[in-house]
Design a protein around this ligand. Structure first.
Ligand code: CA
Length: 516
């Protein structure tokens, strides 16, 4: 049986204060007992629900048997695995900024991905006009998770993709949003290249000339260091530094992988002889991410602070399936339908594993639906910190720490989850339309805004692939969920698209003539 963390810390303190082992203290744990735990928040980009060797359903995704993720599987064995975890949005920035604020994308007004200051990356299509939204993303002065942690004494470290504030605005630099250290993060949501030989740039002769070129990391230019590897090495150095300085740290580790461009890490290619070129490259990106997780775990173990570190492993939206991947498209997240950008489960369902030796029992599993903006109150709870009262009142996420004690049923397990993306993602495919949606219990209703308002209803317990629309059979339930979703949209002042000069009605205001 493991000792409670507070007792472990005391024993550690006694050990390190014995005169004979002072040298050991210098070499290993310098963390002062009673200081808050370290946090490693590992958020992979576009990693699908079953894009790892971790099996979350009896049916596998098409290439899942090939994926090599031993470090994640270790986390899962020793930690808590969620099978109904969701991203706050089917695309990057809204989920990432929701983690930063604890509010839903619709409440943040950041409902699509950002790039350039004052420029909308989306726009109207086929007669439907998308609403105004906060195209600049987070900016200095916004209350953020790292900002609160930094004020609370944490060393706040960002590594990799930020994509939180627009290029040309102050929010592009994570250091203006509460991070003390920024490793290679800026406005762009993808790298020009993953290869050190190409300086992580579109034009290796002019690194930094393009908005997608990865900033910093010059010391790896011209080397064979794959981007994910460079980020892991730099993050490990930052962990060492924080430890050396006696600081608890919050590491927001956000590899640009496995987002496009899909470029192989040559070191791992030989592991995938049976896959097509693109799927083999994708598999090496997944393996590289897992390897980065391994570097961080090893660093924590070497410093003897793994037990004092809370680790989250997750993704920011569902797996890419609409383009670039091997055909047929929209099926890579099987048994889920569609993928990134979609209102369907493939767009938002993501892996989530939490790890904290001595606090979370190994092998724990939860099927409770949870969502990315839950991480904000959860991490603050773990750090023992709160944000400004007026912000905390707006937090929609739930503190997940009650789930760490097995057998505890939180009161909010019947709560609903809501999504709202009133924009057209670039590619076309199933569920890739402007939409709002709700999940309550096993039921999920999607309200498509385009081309005409339309509601569909699925029972996820029986139909995880969302193939059988039960809206016509379950009229009463449809109206209840419509009212629930509409109340949420009004409460969060969610912006709706318009058509023919008319704002698309709330889902509880549909009449027979407006829904087809
Ligand atoms: Ca993403």
């Amino acid at each position: 049986m493991r000792l409670p963390l507070s007792i472990q810390c005391c024993l550690l303190w006694l050990f390190f204060t014995s005169p004979g082992v002072l040298h050991a203290q210098d070499q290993t744990s310098k963390q002062v007992p009673g200081t808050p735990p370290n946090i490693v928040f590992f958020i992979v980009d576009d990693l699908g629900w079953q894009d790892t060797a971790l099996s979350l359903h009896q049916e596998s995704a098409p290439f899942q048997q090939h994926y090599r993720t031993p470090n994640l599987q270790r986390l899962a064995r020793e930690g808590l695995v969620f099978s109904n975890a969701y991203a706050s949005s089917p695309v990057c920035t809204p989920t990432r900024t929701s983690i930063m604020t604890g509010r839903s994308p619709q409440a943040n007004g950041i409902t699509y991905w950002i790039l350039h200051k004052d420029r909308d990356t989306g726009g109207p299509r086929d007669g439907t006009v998308t609403p105004r939204w906060n195209v600049n993303g987070l900016q200095p002065g916004d209350v953020t998770l790292p900002g609160i942690l930094q004020k609370g004494g944490y060393r706040t470290i960002h590594a990799g993709k930020a994509h939180l504030g627009a290029h040309g605005s102050d929010g592009a630099d994570p250091k203006n949003l509460g991070f003390e250290v920024n490793i290679a993060g800026h406005a762009a949501g993808a790298p020009s290249d993953f290869r050190g030989r190409r300086n992580y740039s579109r034009d290796p002769e002019n690194p930094g000339a393009k908005v997608w070129d990865v900033p910093g990391l010059e010391k790896y230019h011209g080397t064979d260091t794959y981007l994910t590897e460079a980020l892991a090495l730099e993050a490990a150095t930052a962990i060492h530094q924080a430890h050396q300085d006696g600081k608890s740290f919050f590491l927001h580790f956000s590899p640009y992988a496995v987002h496009t461009p899909i470029i192989a890490n040559q070191r791992h290619l030989e592991n995938y002889p049976d896959l097509s070129k693109v799927e083999a490259a994708y598999a090496t990106m997944i393996e590289s991410v897992d390897e980065a997780l391994g570097v961080l775990l090893k660093t924590l173990e070497k410093l003897e602070i793994l037990d004092e570190t809370f680790i989250v492993f997750t993704s920011d939206n569902g797996g890419l399936s609409a383009h670039t991947r091997e055909k047929p498209h929209h099926r890579h997240n099987h048994p889920l339908s569609s993928g990134k950008g979609s209102a369907l489960e493939g767009g938002t369902r993501i892996p989530l594993v939490m790890h904290w030796p001595g606090v979370i029992e190994g092998g724990a599993r939860s099927s409770l639906p949870v969502i990315s903006h839950d991480h904000f109150p959860t991490l603050l709870s773990i750090a023992g910190l709160v944000g400004p009262a007026d912000h905390m009142e707006q937090v929609e996420g739930q503190d997940l720490t009650p789930l760490f004690e097995s057998g505890t049923d939180p009161e909010w397990q019947e709560r609903a989850l809501y999504w709202h993306m009133p924009h057209f993602w670039g590619p076309r495919g199933p569920g890739i339309q402007p939409f709002s949606s709700i999940r309550r219990g096993d039921w999920k209703m999607i309200y498509y805004h385009h081309p005409k308002p339309k509601r569909v209803l699925y029972n996820l317990a029986e139909d995880i692939g969302e193939k059988r629309d039960l809206a016509a059979e379950k009229k009463k339930l449809l109206e209840l969920l419509s009212k629930d979703l509409a109340d949420h949209l009004r409460k969060t002042a969610a912006a709706m698209p318009s058509r023919d000069g008319q704002t698309i009605p709330m889902p509880d205001q549909l009449s027979g003539s407006t829904e087809n």
